[in-house]
Design a binder for this molecule. Sequence first.
Ligand code: OKP
Ligand code: ZN
Length: 334
Amino acid sequence: MRTFHSPLQRRHAPEKELHNGAFVPFAEHPGRIDAILEALGPAEAPRDHGEEPILRIHPRAYVDFLKSAFGEWRAAGRPGDAGAYVWPVVGRRPLTLDRVDARLGQYSYDASTPIAEGTWEGSYWSVQSALSGLDAVLGGEAAAFALCRPPGHHAGADYMGGYCYLNAAAVAAEVAIAAGRRRVAILDIDYHHGNGTQDIFLDRGDVFFASIHADPKTDYPFYWGHADERGIGAGEGATLNLPLPRGTAFPAFETALERALTAIAGFDAELLVCSFGADTFVGDPISFFALETADYAPIARRIAGLGLPTLVVMEGGYAVEALGANVRSVLSGF
Ligand code: OKP
Ligand code: ZN
């Protein structure tokens, strides 16, 4: 399968993250890419599509913030990566403030998303990889793989969170619509709910969002991904959340997958974007499902059974020693 990735994506490399009360090495690190490319072989360099497709989803002010935050942080004399430490509570009046500390809080919802020197560049090229994969699929490939990193599914239109800054899957879905696909489905099978993607398309009737993930009652991101979130307005019924308990292994995952696929088939989509996270793997250090490497191939075969042109976008997966084999397994099924 054609695979797209830019070495510039490595430029995003924060040092540490706040995890359960301690600063620990950043789990979403460039070594994840090495592991995947070692298993797959070299990837194609993405074409540069510029900022225009990104701005279809993310407002200019947020993009400018991502570009300038690290420099402002350094200019303020700060060490390390830029990170928020104060957030506006929901309902606070929307002040427009200049200071980088205020903007870090305004444009994020958690402390898992430090901005390092290369964060903009890495995120930009991650989206370009998705757009190049989309080009391949729009050009007639049955499926293509975008080796996105950093991931994107927690990023909303104007906020970062959960290691995500720009939402590559959302940008690709929107560009597919702009290219004339009337209806697009997004299937998110990362361990964590894709709250950013859901938020972006929540009120849209032309993009179906289905997600299988750990129950947010027990797992990040807690505030989104509950089964009663089903879309609003024109998007009513075009969001499907299938939360599963910790410990879920292949049989229960497959049952949820069949439900998601039935819903997507009924939506009559012309293209599928699959946000794939390998953090459903039994050995994932920050997640608690129990899928095995061999399970990813039949999961992909069932998804491919929809018969839709499919862009696979990489999201999470932190068991680096198994990551290459897990990605190879899922791509073999497509
Ligand atoms: C990103 B993706 C809790 C820290 C939570 C955020 C996890 C983001 C996962 N100790 N960190 O969906 O794989
Ligand atoms: Zn995840």
